[in-house]
Design a protein around this ligand. Sequence first.
Ligand code: FES
Length: 575
Amino acid sequence: MTSRADIAGTSRPLTGEAFADPWTGWPKRAFLRAGGLSRDAVRRRPVIGVCSSWSELNPCNMGLRELAESVRRGVTAAGGTAVVFPTISLHEQLVAPTTMLLRNLMAMDVEEMIRCSPIDGVVLLAGCDKTVPAQLMGAASAGKPAIMLTAGPRSWARFRGAPVVTDDGWTLVSELIEGRVSAEEWDQLEDVFCASCGVCNVMGTANTMAVLAETLGMALPGSAVVPAVQARRSDLAERTGARAVDLARAGLTPEAVLTREAFDNALRVLVAIGGSANAVIHLEAIARRLGLPLGLDHLQRISEQTPQVLGVRPSGTFSLEDLDEAGGVPAVLRVLAPLLHRDATLADGQTIAQVADSASGRPHPCLRSLEDPFEPDGALVVLRGSLAPRGAIFKRSAAPASLWTHRGPALVFDDYRTALERSLDPSLPATPDTVLVIRNAGPAGAPGMPEIDVIPIPVSLRQAGVRHLACVTDGRMSGTQHGAVALHVTPEAAAGGPIGLVQDGDEILLDARQGVLDLLVDEPELARRAAGYHPAPPAPRRGYEALYVQHVLQADQGCDLDFLTDPDLRPHITA
Ligand code: FES
């Protein structure tokens, strides 16, 4: 009888053994031949799935189709067979009502496709914000060897003779509303704004997650911030494909890579680079897939011990290209090395210590030392208090220092859309001390926890030159945005959180120096309001949205679906 080793060309039992099984293997091999694979290719091992979030509905990820071919070359050269497959893809601006509603659905799609397909390992190709965490969550749960390659930042555009990057868009749209940009100029801006494929070209959520994937050991060192259109990315793709073959042969699953130490390192890098607050939710969700809850107190401890050493927009004035020139993530790891778990393994098999020690040490003003940082503390602060009993996040590095500590009267909006509409009303009662409260924007309440793209500063204040107001929300903020916003207030209004009790004129204290977010209303009055408050989150009657609202966890727990977080409950059926 033909042995498995004869068919597979290896005696190592690989995960996707179905190809090699004499009884069940032949139809798989035969049907794959219909896709153009050779007799040799369908018998070669290991088989590497290339899980691609390429889609014409996701321009940020449009470069992934070509990168998939480079990955295939790398897999083939290393002795494996590559099979590319699609999943859901989520674009921040093209998916409604919000990609966050669908992140978990994409994670389920990724997990099931990896688990149920006859593959020994997988290369994850992602880019736009939610596609990176969704793939990492799915791969963590699927339990097969996995490595990621991200899309890289898109090229810069030029407008009015100066470079523009993504976060300039929010400033310029305000100028359009105020009449300081003409309609004709706006058309010119739109012509050039997205100059190429690739993700938003600042340290927003997409690039933050790419940096963290690299730090976690899920993407090759030096890969995160290489521009999307550079030939270096094809080289990275080939090396990623070859490394996937190594990982499959070694049977090295994400569980072995995504350790508590790896997550500690990722949290430290997150606060040191001034990364997106959204990454706090995504890291928590990925970690919980492996039974490793991180918690906001842990984030706060790490942030207090970690200076902000990188000054890339929106947490500074430098560009991602500056960071690439400075040596990329390995250079950041070199600076942070004394604070990191140095034995944690990166995706090429080296330890953090090895990568950090061999990283570029050439000085660049975008990256400072621990002794002379941009800020002595990390970029993210955890706030707690009577308005956020389970916590909120404040991105200090994207907020004006004048609003790090602020006390003022609340102006309450029951949803973001209403806030945007009412901000155009010149009679809206608002002063520079006003604290905007935007509620019903949480995971269950919106539903899906949408982002605040533009802080709805009332038009009367904008015309008076006010550019920043303090803001409190149970929703999220775009990682490309600036603002003094207490985000992810937990519990959200729809879950009975005190943010649902705030009324216009209530005093709010936001103190990012002390980590406080208080509603300064006395207890009896709050008790009286609470007695009459019966939050009624939307109750979709069918489909994924109904499943989501019934099972979504709060922001401090990563907004995953509760039944997906326990690794002991993972199905044991794999292909
Ligand atoms: Fe895709 Fe910003 S819209 S990364």
